[in-house]
Unconditional design. Structure first.
Length: 103
């Protein structure tokens, strides 16, 4: 079922199938920060992504009152569900990267 208001967006967790609603502006803020963090990188751990989001917020002087870690993992899961991010395991570590565009 689509979100009922334009200021909320439904996001999915591909691991659990669970869907939650968050504010669209929060989703946009985190998805852009995650994309910026992964851009040009071959692979990053979840912790490196969270640290990259925090660094992006500091550089842009973005103030966020909620849990950066929770929103990062929630939006990251949705980006994975939408095929924007690849998640893979290498040497026992779970890693993430932007999905390459098909030509």
């Amino acid at each position: 079922m689509p979100a009922t208001t334009s200021d909320k967006i439904e996001i999915a967790n591909p691991n659990t199938g669970r869907i939650i609603k968050i504010e669209r502006k929060v989703y946009d803020l985190f998805s852009k920060a995650i994309h910026h963090t992964l851009q040009g990188k071959k692979k990053l751990t979840y912790t490196e992504i969270v640290n990259g989001v925090i660094d992006t917020f500091k550089k842009q002087k973005t103030k966020f009152e909620g849990s950066v870690g929770w929103y990062t993992v929630s939006v990251k899961h949705d980006m994975h569900a939408k095929g924007m991010i690849e998640v893979f395991t290498e040497k026992g570590k779970k890693l993430h990267r932007l999905k390459k565009a098909k030509s």
